[in-house]
Design a protein around this ligand. Sequence first.
Ligand code: BES
Ligand code: MN
Ligand code: ZN
Length: 497
Amino acid sequence: MQFETWTKALAELPIDCVAVGVHDDGELSAEARVLDLRCREKLSRLVKRGDFSAKTGETWLVTDLEGLRAERVLLVGLGAKGELTRKSWRRAVTASISAATRTRCASLGLALPRPATKALSDERLGRAVAELAGHTLYRVNDLKTGKKPRTPALTRVAVAVPAKAAQAVKKGFAQGSALAAGSALMRNLANLPGNVCTPTYLGKTAEGLARTHKSLKVKVLGLPEIKREKMGCFLAVTQGSEEPPRFIVIEHRHPKAKNAPVVLVGKGITFDTGGISLKDPPTMDEMKFDMSGAACVIGTMNAVGELNLPLNVIGIVASCENMPDGRAIKPGDIVTSAQGLTVEILNTDAEGRLILCDALNYARRFKPEVVIDMATLTGAIVVALGTHHTGVFANNDALAKELVDCGLAADDRAWHMPLTEEYGEQLKSNFADMANVAGRDGGSITAAAFLGKFTKDLNWAHMDIAGTAYQGGAAKGSTGRPSALLLEYLLRRAATR
Ligand code: BES
Ligand code: MN
Ligand code: ZN
């Protein structure tokens, strides 16, 4: 998709279709009024007739208007006047792009009113348009053999902006395009079934990134190397699977970056049966999404490479399956983590924290400024927060607050969860340094507290994305979250040094 700005008269915009806003009381927005005057008030007459309700996100395609360069005008509902929020603006942009994809239009002009700069800066506006275009045009990578639906003709989006905003908007386009590509990569990986998207497949995908982006170096460890690293907890989870594990390290180094690296860590369980503590059948298929954290790290590293951010960023993925088997771990087994702490595995279904504790320990060798892990770690976070907010935990409140702020700014929200000592105390074991579970109460917090025992000397945050990374039910599929939050965080760091 190509994005451009248009800073001249709207009626002169050479485009297949131009989208303008209408309020639900029938009042045309300023841009719509400009076009209306050029085409002998055909638009206002049409709206007055009452066919178009102009509720937020509704659209109406008008063709054959004289006096305009554009062949078509798309009326887009904005809802009540004076209530244009960033949220309703995003809905209007999405609706415009979505309506355009249902036509033969190859190019779309966006001339919608925008929320105040305070709510949406010029740069963010550009970023959001490219992000929303990517999201709206994304088609699930299914394995259906029937005829594929027609691919949309749309290849060009032009946004009408004042000349003084053009440069910042263009900068935003680049960010949004990188975000869209990263998020689509995440979604493609997560949507693939467990028999296709194996740890080996994730490793190969990561190696592919190093071929496309010069700044990225990729190292993939197999079983012998993982054994050499003494990652006893990771090895325990993988020991019940035929499918070999992979430990993936993606490094982005920028010559101008002086900062210690930001390390991103992703949980990459390509299928979670629960192991001997087997899960219930009904929605077990959704456990193919249990590598969403890993997919987000890979997608984000792709975006970082594409933008060549002036930062040092390292992505780490621990990937294996969690299977029941004659060689699988059993409840009560005690294993030794790479850090030397012993863990009593009381529930084999709490496997995410086991692979992550060894990955977090590995992160330490990079002397990182900050470590952020992402994991579909607990069903409990879905009970606590539902599917709207990612759960953020940190051993540093300022870092948690920063991530929550980034989520707000990027429209990819997160909520700061508590992480005080008491939760860690619930993980006491009679036989080892700690147990891997602590009962039902506060399940997402005790899971985070388990990770916290391995990150005491790090500046660390954990994002539990079990509720946000994918949708179940009829709309089953990966959402691409929290790619937008994470890129916002990295862009902010890149801007302040
Ligand atoms: N991958 C699951 C968490 C999960 C559950 C993600 C539901 C998305 C939806 C994780 O490995 C797991 O099984 N966690 C257990 C922990 C429990 C045994 C303490 C859980 O949440 O039930
Ligand atoms: Mn599990
Ligand atoms: Zn899991």
